[in-house]
Write a protein that binds this ligand. Structure first.
Ligand code: PAF
Length: 281
């Protein structure tokens, strides 16, 4: 497995693979990898000849008061996980390599970013779209793999690829959970013992939401109210949002139906966690 921080080295390696007629799968990450990332890499491994993973904590997608500086990093452990899955190349650039002096071009999206995380993190998706666009230009993958846990991000990336005619297939992959239900996240590491227990309120509330929908609740207001009331029972939890939106345009819906995304962001202490489910039928 090759590890490089140089854009030029990624480009020449990928060009060589493409000359040989090999397909390239790409998993963009911010590192501190867990089984959720691992599942994306395994999927890429099973669908493509070569797999590239990027590890880059992208400053542009963090707001001024967010956790850029404390975001966990462990390249050695990340490299071990990648190697064990059969990743061929890790791209691990410095900030200066990605954003050279004078950088002033951005990818901005007017739709899909007004609700959910876009509402509470106003510059977040501009940063995500810009860096993912750059990474796609560097890696030129045939397929790129994203987790459903960041459901809004997945919808935003799909739309960017469609709107900008980018030649890459986006593959969405299921949420991976701890045994007790908590969705895997690099940010789970911020939780102390008490908070880790309290964080189960997210997955429990997701299960409650799914149950209510399966029992026939169609009114989005009723569903969201029941879910919020459940979260409020946990003293360490503070709701950022619970919303029901359409998966296609991330606009609020009044009625729950096929492709409704029911998503939440909840602070447990200082740690902001997200979770969601999609109504299948
Ligand atoms: O989902 C993430 O880890 C990041 O938002 C991504 C896609 C790697 C862009 O920095």
């Amino acid at each position: 497995m090759q590890i490089t921080g140089k854009i030029s080295e990624v480009r020449s390696q990928v060009k060589e693979w493409k000359r040989e007629g090999l397909t390239v799968g790409f998993v963009p990450t911010m590192g501190y990898l867990h089984e959720g990332h691992g599942s994306l890499m395994k999927r890429a491994r099973s669908e493509c000849d070569k797999v590239v993973a990027s590890i880059f904590v992208n400053p542009m997608q963090f707001g001024a008061n967010e956790d850029l500086d404390s975001y966990p990093r462990d390249l050695e452990a990340d490299a071990k996980l990648c190697e064990s899955i059969g990743v061929d190349l890790i791209f691990h650039p410095e900030v200066e390599e990605m954003y050279a002096e004078g950088f002033c071009s951005f990818v901005d999206m007017n739709g899909l970013t007004k609700e959910l995380c876009g509402k509470s993190r106003p510059i977040h998706f501009r940063g995500v779209c810009t860096v993912v666009n750059k990474l796609f230009n560097i890696v030129t993958p045939d397929k790129a793999f994203f987790g459903q846990k960041d459901a809004q991000q997945l919808a935003v990336i799909r739309r960017m690829v469609k709107d900008l005619n980018m030649d890459v297939e986006i593959v969405g992959c299921p949420i991976i959970r701890e045994e007790d239900g908590l969705a895997k996240s690099s940010r789970n590491t911020y939780l102390n013992e008490e908070e880790r227990k309290a964080a189960l309120i997210l997955s429990r509330t997701i299960r409650l939401g799914e149950k209510l929908v399966s029992e026939g609740v169609k009114d989005a207001g009723e569903l969201v109210a029941a879910m919020k009331a459940n979260i409020e029972k946990e003293p360490l939890a503070k709701i950022d949002y619970v919303e029901a939106v359409s998966m296609d345009d991330i606009e609020k819906v009044d009625t729950i139906g096929k492709n409704t995304l029911v998503a939440m962001a909840v602070y447990i202490g200082k740690t902001r966690l997200i979770d969601n489910f999609i109504v299948e039928s």
